[in-house]
Design a protein. Structure first.
Length: 426
């Protein structure tokens, strides 16, 4: 990143997040309390879920306090206010990822997983059959891997996996070998939640389209921390989750090109998603409501739009830069230890702020547990990528994942805790 990007005031950002002033320890049966609470929280589990700024909490709280009402169907004042806020939230998210079709291209779902399942069920079940191929990568999250694997079983289609190289990059020669005339869908993670690898989605989109296949990019680890323009990427479908980008849990986004969403039949049926219903048949509502059956995620949608505002006001490029600097600093220190293995592309490459590693002789879960004594929250396990861990030759890894409110001092605390684990298990 050679372009000069002004840093932001991290302490100012931290003040936006009430939870970051928490101390942890003591009795976990009473969330938020405990007589022994004494150690300041170091939250490095942002890949799993990010924290929520006060203004996002306030936006949802204001909805419940002042205009809580069902949307789309009401003529009364509150319902109109709620409908406008909810519908406008779709426009805001369209703008956030460069979807020029606006709200018609933005379906609110529960999360990335549900976004993936929405296309797998509605498009995949209808269109796939024996002889068809779905191409994934070896670094897919279970959200994509299990979903397409099961749809393949139901339809008789095959799933193929593009290999990764020793540094956790996609083997593009192998991708060119696998993506061919039988390929119907290429589903690839934009940024790996374990390796930090940034995949060449635009090149994969070209490859998919040259073979009359569609491409679905899983943006769960990309949309929160790098500028995403779905049209520049050239993807047909894109998915991400609100809770990883300063937004609430319970809401995700499915982007789809308008003409594709138009052509696909929904798979969740019920109220709101219909236009005309008789005892014999039904027709579907306009986009995106045709894919949002039942009462939707109103407070969460409003909260997510606020999160998009928050991120854009700070500046996505600045967030990306900050996160990368922290990851780079952490990797530099970790690479200095010969008993630590760090996974994924080396420092200096375009990668994200997740750093997965193992310390010789210490199981990742034990490491995470010692970190917890330091109030450092990291994740340990397979991170919903069991086959990838098999490829890496380990059952589990420890993962620190940084975000806009983390500091270099917190990386130092992480390193201190690793050293303590080393002493304990030596
Ligand atoms: N895809 C990727 C790349 C992810 O990292 C995750 C969540 C998902 C999909 C699923 O997102 P969800 O919101 O539907 O659950 N990843 C992680 C993680 O790495 N640790 O906890 C959740």
């Amino acid at each position: 990143m050679s372009k000069h990007i002004e840093p932001f005031d991290v302490e100012g950002v931290r003040a936006d997040f009430p939870i970051l002033s928490r101390e942890v320890g003591g009795d976990i049966s009473t969330p938020g309390a405990g007589p022994d609470d004494s150690t300041p929280l170091v939250y490095l589990d942002n890949g799993a879920t990010s924290q929520t700024p006060e203004r996002v909490i306030d936006a949802m709280s204001t909805y419940y306090r002042e205009y809580n009402s069902n949307v789309h169907r009401g003529v009364h004042h509150l319902s109109q206010e709620a409908s406008i806020a909810y519908e406008t939230a779709h426009d805001r998210l369209a703008e956030f990822i460069g979807a020029s079709g606006g709200r018609e291209e933005i379906v609110f779902t529960k999360n990335t997983t549900e976004s993936m399942n929405t296309i797998a069920y509605s498009w995949g079940l209808a269109e796939l059959g024996p002889g068809d191929e779905i191409v994934l990568s070896e670094m897919e999250h279970h959200a994509a891997l299990v979903t397409w694997q099961q749809i393949a079983k139901k339809t008789g289609a095959d799933v193929k996996f593009v290999r990764i190289d020793d540094d956790g990059r996609l083997d593009m020669d192998h991708a060119r070998e696998l993506i061919g005339e039988n390929t119907e869908m290429v589903s690839v993670v934009h940024v790996s939640n374990v390796l930090g690898t940034v995949n060449p989605v635009a090149d994969l989109a070209d490859l998919a389209h040259a073979n009359d296949a569609y491409i679905f990019a899983d943006g769960a680890q990309a949309a929160p921390n790098r500028p995403v323009d779905v049209e520049e990427l050239g993807v047909d479908f894109y998915a991400f989750s609100g809770h990883k980008m300063c937004g609430p849990t319970g809401i995700g986004v499915l982007y789809g090109k308008e003409h594709l969403l138009e052509a696909i039949d929904p798979f969740l049926y019920g109220g709101m998603m219909i236009r005309k219903v008789s005892f014999e048949d039904s027709t579907w509502n306009e986009l995106p409501w045709k894919f949002e059956a039942g009462t939707p995620l109103i407070a969460e949608g409003i909260g997510l739009a606020e999160a998009a505002d928050y991120i854009d006001e700070i500046g996505m490029e600045r967030i990306q830069r900050h996160e990368l600097e922290l990851a780079d600093y952490a990797m530099e220190q970790l690479e200095g230890f010969d008993d630590v293995e760090v996974y994924g592309p080396p420092r200096g490459e375009d990668r994200s702020g997740v750093v997965s590693f193992n310390l010789d002789g210490v199981h990742a879960h034990d490491l995470a547990s010692i970190m917890n004594d330091y109030a450092v929250a990291i994740r340990a396990g397979d991170h919903c990528t069991q086959p990838l861990h098999e490829t890496l030759g380990t059952a589990a890894s420890a993962r620190a994942s940084f975000y806009l409110y983390n500091t270099r001092e917190e990386v130092d605390t992480l390193l201190e805790a690793i050293d303590s684990a080393r002493q304990l298990f030596a």
